[in-house]
Each structure stands twice: as structure tokens, then as C-alpha cells.
Design a protein around this ligand. Sequence first.
Ligand code: ADP
Length: 257
Amino acid sequence: MQIGKVRGSTPFKCTIGQAQIAQLDRASRLQIGKVRGSTPFKCTKNFRPFCTVPKGLLNFNQQLYMLNLVLFGPPGAGKGTQSKNLIDKYGLIHLSTGDLLRGEIAEGTELGLEAKKLMDDGKLVPDAVVIGMISHKLDANKTAKGFIFDGFPRTVVQAEELDELLNSKGAPICCMIALEVNDNELEHRLLLRGKDSGRADDANPEVIRKRIKEYNDKTAPVADFYKGQNKFNSINGIGSVGEIFASICTIVDKYLK
Ligand code: ADP
């Protein structure tokens, strides 16, 4: 059992899984909320279920249960840089599928060898591979305050699978934050990064263009998926790192109130 709370409610007892299915008894017009399996609790008319407003779910220590963010944007948009800032400020765990894949390559695993061919060619690796890696990391960090998903989900299938994984843990995605940067600027930034990143996929203009095309074809539709859930937020990704971080924090802080 843990203590649940939604905006404008009194705390109530519930289990993590059950917190997903919250209903306000609208018919009775009493402002009494109930999550399946929970004690009834007082709430305001603005009460909304966890599945759409996961802001206030508290654990036994009365801390935010999980702040799960998708940091979204094309290659070179600045997701890695801003993730570092977010980790420092909010104490979240960074899950970058790109970093995880590069880790597999560095260790010379079979998965890494297969992935390397696709990555060097600017293509996405298969959904099942990255979903498996993410699932493993979620299981290994059960007590995290929350996760920043960076470079994942990159296809609609990945987004659907992530929802399933997180919903089964009672800790859905709070929001997507999309960094908007035009293609010319991206190409310029990636070539610059390639000079010292040592990443083969950053050094070759043709591979960079392929990655941007993969993004436009397969990844951009993921934004619509989160728009459909009212979780999409867009930010101008051109400006100083500090300015962009401040805009991101304005959004994240709304989910902490
Ligand atoms: P960037 O966003 O700058 O391209 P990443 O480090 O996120 O860099 O990804 C590098 C490469 O790793 C991608 O081009 C792709 O081949 C592979 N990759 C990373 N994440 C995923 C994912 N979620 N699905 C499929 N392929 C991925």
C-alpha cells in the first residue's frame, strides 16, 4: 500500500497498480474520488485521474512518486546536454538508448555489433532491441524518482510499448518536451560535434542527412502520439543552453505542483 494524492484531493490509501485507474464518482455529484481498490477520498471537481495527470502521486515518504519525461527532438537538438541539466536539478535517471547502444558496442557484444552496422549507416535499430534494453533498465531502477527518456521512443511502436511498460508499473509518462531545431542548424551542429565526439555517425554529412530523414519519417509521428494524450510541449531549441533549460524547467515544474 502507498499513499496516493491527486490535485485537490486528500491523501488516500492505494496500491501502485491500482492508482492507474482513478474515477471520480460524477453521478453522485459528491466530491468523493475513488481509485479502484483505494479508500474513498475527498477531492475537488477538478479531480482528474492519474492516467492523465500523474503529477501528485506520492509515496510513503510523501515524495513525488515518479516524474517520467520524454525529451524529444531530432539528432543534434540538444537532448543530451539538457538531460544532464535535468538530472542535476531533479535527480532523475537518464535513459538514452543511443548511449546504451554505444555501451554495447564498446563491450563488443553481439547486440552491439549488429547495432553498429545500422547506426553507422544512419538507420534506426529494431524496436525490439531498444525496448528490451529500456525494460531492463526500468527493472534495475525500481526506486528511481523518475526517468528522462532521451532518444526513446523513436517510433510509434516504441511509444506504445513504453506506455505499456510504464502503466504496468503505475508510473506513466508525465509529458513530452520537444526541442525544435531546423535541419540546417542540426547539420551544422552535428558536423561540429563530429570533430571531437569520435562518433562515426557525426562525421559524415551523408549519414547525418540520413539520420534527419529517418527522424522525419519515423520519429516525428511520435509527437502526435503524445499530442493525442495531451502530454506534448514544444520548445524553441535555438538559443543559449541556459535559456532553453529555463523553458524546460517551466514545463517540468508544472508537473511538480
Ligand atoms: P542522435 O539523436 O544524436 O542521433 P543517439 O545517440 O540518440 O543520437 O542515437 C544514435 C543512433 O543510435 C541512432 O541514429 C540510431 O541508429 C540508434 N538509436 C538510438 N536510439 C534508438 C531508438 N530508440 N530506436 C532505434 N534506434 C535508435
